[in-house]
Design a protein around this ligand. Structure first.
Ligand SMILES: NC(=O)c1ccc[n+]([C@@H]2O[C@H](COP(=O)([O-])OP(=O)(O)OC[C@H]3O[C@@H](n4cnc5c(N)ncnc54)[C@H](O)[C@@H]3O)[C@@H](O)[C@H]2O)c1
Ligand SMILES: N[C@@H](CCO)C(=O)O
Ligand code: NA
Length: 435
């Protein structure tokens, strides 16, 4: 096959915000190295922006407001999308792929909803679709899943994939700062999405979980399939309850194989959970991300690094850009969509989990047995109980063994209604320990 060595790779950049500005800087600063690594110069053909008059540290002559014209021009080989959101990003990338341009994107929201359509367009023209920056920023994670681990059988992916919420939770845990203060700081540092509800309500992590589950289990998983709970309901009481038992609270994205009588499926979820402080994910602080991957032959692996911020995210974008540019220069092609396994996503209720339940109860004879009876009634086995008497009531902490999430929820509902239970102080799932 003929090589296109030497012919410049022309790049259209869509969006020039936090990530886009850093992409331009790296492309310019590292032009000579990129040329050597790709085997051809990588040149910016144009930068689509909404407000051309805004001050930016990028070459003004490359700016355009006509993104549609830019992505379909003959003079462009690769389109890099760092606008975010569904439209117009979706329409622009479909146009680009259909016109045979390879695409590099950091857009998790788009991929978590429309990857099937995008891959189909890429297949139609033989173009590449790369998106390493969409999950866990700078950390090489999607390429290991799509390529390095393609010969193994992945059983579980669990991690901290949202820097903003991790920054908030670790800030609340260590400095005692308020939720509002830490969120403001995360926004100032460029970690938070334009609308921080995407971070705090778990939408950002759910999009990433959908992408991870699709790649890990060779199945189509969209954001709508992901069970999602954010951090808005995590209280100081939850954090204190976790600390009292040597645990800490993290927002986790968990994708795992689950087997039922009717066959194999997957569970994909995002929710706050208590993990032991001895667990490696417990020491992931600030905007850092970390993801555990478990595979049959490889065993356990952990990927750790900066999951957000302009420069770290641009690093992943540039890595993908080099990969697609090399493919163009040497007439290769990256991996396509792999959804052949078609595993169904199980409802959260069927997922085996463990709960930590902290209650304020009356301190008198028979209370513990009444509470324990509710667990037995729902076939939920108790792993540990801790009771501390106070003046006229008691604090009761119960940690369960694994049971279905539906059984655990019904247990908590019924316990909350017992006359001897004054308050359900904290209910949280427990992860990262033997069940
Ligand atoms: N910031 C991060 O840490 C981070 C990390 C990983 C992934 N991402 C993803 O990268 C993408 C970009 O994020 P960002 O933080 O740079 O956002 P940003 O808001 O800073 O930048 C987006 C830019 O796109 C511009 N834009 C909007 N509509 C446009 C249009 N129609 N044409 C041209 N430009 C348009 C906006 O004016 C803005 O300047 C998003 O998909 C985001 O989820 C960001
Ligand atoms: N807002 C995201 C950016 C990275 O995707 C985060 O906080 O992790
Ligand atoms: Na990544």
């Amino acid at each position: 096959m003929a090589s296109h060595e030497g012919k410049p790779i022309r790049v259209a950049l869509l969006g020039c915000g936090t990530v886009g500005t850093e992409v331009v800087r790296l492309l310019i600063d590292q032009a000579a190295d990129l040329t050597a690594r790709v085997g051809a110069p990588v040149e910016l053909a144009g930068i689509a922006v909404r407000k051309p008059n805004k001050h930016r540290e990028v070459p003004a002559e490359l700016l355009t407001t006509d993104a549609e014209a830019l992505v379909t021009t003959d003079d462009v080989d690769v389109v890099v999308e760092v606008i975010g959101g569904i439209e117009p990003a979706r329409a622009l990338l479909l146009s680009a792929l259909r016109a045979g341009k390879s695409v590099v994107t950091a857009n998790k929201a788009l991929l978590a909803e429309h990857s099937a359509e995008l891959f189909e367009a890429a297949d139609g023209s033989g173009a590449d679709l790369y998106f390493e920056a969409a999950v866990a920023g700078a950390i090489p994670l999607l390429r290991p899943l799509r390529e390095s681990l393609a010969g193994d059988r992945i059983t579980r992916v669990m991690g901290i994939v949202n820097g903003t919420t991790n920054f908030i939770l670790s800030g609340m845990d260590s400095t005692g700062a308020s939720y509002a203060e830490t969120l403001e700081e995360a926004t100032r540092l460029g970690y938070a999405e334009a609308d921080p509800t995407a971070d705090v309500d778990g939408f950002d992590a759910a999009s990433k979980a959908a992408i991870l589950a699709s790649l890990a289990f060779h199945s189509r998983v969209t954001a709508a399939d992901v069970h999602r709970e954010g951090i808005a309901s995590v209280s100081a009481a939850d954090i204190a309850a976790a600390k009292a038992l040597g645990r800490t609270v993290k927002l986790l994205a968990i994708c795992e194989r689950v087997t039922h009588d009717d066959g194999e499926g997957i569970s994909v979820r995002v929710h706050p959970a208590m993990i032991p402080t001895s667990h490696p994910l417990a020491s992931v602080h600030g905007a850092f991300n970390a993801v555990f991957v478990e595979a049959d032959a490889a065993g356990e692996m952990m990927f750790y690094g900066q999951g957000a911020g302009g420069a770290p995210t641009a690093s992943a974008v540039l890595g993908d850009l080099v990969a697609v540019a090399r493919n163009r220069t040497h007439r290769g092609r990256g991996p396509r969509e792999s959804a052949y396994a078609g595993l169904p996503v199980r409802p959260m209720g069927q997922t085996p989990t463990r709960y930590h339940i902290s209650l304020d109860v009356a301190d008198r004879a028979g209370v513990l047995s009444q509470v324990a009876a509710v667990f037995a009634e729902h076939d939920v086995s108790i792993a540990a109980v801790r009771q501390e008497g106070r003046v006229d009531d008691a604090s009761l902490v119960i940690v369960t063994h694994a049971a279905t999430d539906a059984a655990l929820r019904s247990t908590v509902d019924k316990i909350g209604g017992l006359p001897v239970v004054r308050e359900v102080v904290s209910v949280m799932r427990v992860e990262g320990e033997e069940s």
